[in-house]
Design a binder for this molecule. Sequence first.
Ligand SMILES: *Cc1c(COP(=O)(O)O)cnc(C)c1O
Length: 349
Amino acid sequence: MSTATLSIDLDAIAANWRALDKASASGVQTAAVVKADAYGLGITRVARALAQAGARRFFVAVTEEGATLRQVLGPGPQICILSGHMAGDTDMIGDLDLTPMLNSLDQVTRHIESLPGHAFGVQLDTGMNRLGMEEPEWEAIAPFVLEAGPELLMSHLACADDPDHGLNETQLATFLAMTNGTGVPRSLAATGGILLGAKYHFDLTRPGIGLYGGRPYEAARPAVTLSLPIIQTRDVAAGEAVGYSCAWVAEAPSVVATLSAGYADGLPRTLSNNAVLWDGDTPCPLIGRVSMDLITVDISHLQQVPRYLDIIGPNQTVDELADIAGTIGYEMLTSLSARYIRRYYEGTA
Ligand SMILES: *Cc1c(COP(=O)(O)O)cnc(C)c1O
């Protein structure tokens, strides 16, 4: 079998959720963000594990993800849609009991007219300039919207991964000004916001990346191992080149392994001649260009040819690999190939 294996530790994900839940006071609810197929790890198994760990409210980006998640979880858990109530979403929202976070007067009107009495939340823009109602718009329609009974008022921090960034306090002050006195439950913090401390927690937190072992939650348990099978090895003489554009030339006689995964699988070309793979605790340099479906690795120093090498695992986290590639853990995770065989571990804790 030449397909790479992505091993996902559901116990680690559940433990990360519990730890982030404990990071806020007992009256604060902890949701779970499972958009983009649970950050690439597979929403079916991940959401079930999180529900088992105690999560009762889930966030996804778009309504179609919400529909999938409702099938996974069955009735009961609340499923919130961050993009709100778009044209064409009404039947899914109504039939599957999804809760849109309304982002504009347009969405409020659509929701209240098409599904009167159906649950909703409101997303407020406190300075990120991305999604949600800004202060003047909110002030104008708040009495009307509050009358309709929103379940949640939420906003999102732009710089929560940087505790010293001045925008955090500014957004907090704006959020307070926009929501004080409403009596409606509030939510401001994702993973980064949880780590900023109690005044950012309000009634509900919304961690995503921290559940999956990524920065800025440094204390997270890693949840992912990515093992790439070796398809073939060859001896390369000094002076011979390997791969596209002859981007690597052997300085000495070398043993080169060809592994099954490439940029089509979410390993960016910026890893070319740059990354390290691991045979247990022994590092092996990636050499030459990353191809669409293949990479090449120098294994001259290994005693035996192993069946596979790890590119994410105990010796190299998702964030460390992302650093090498010049990106972030979020992008690394959500780019993980649909081709990988996802193997789930649980019950070992
Ligand atoms: C993605 C997202 C989250 C989760 O963020 P993390 O940084 O992954 O914890 C929370 N809230 C909103 C609005 C988001 O878009």
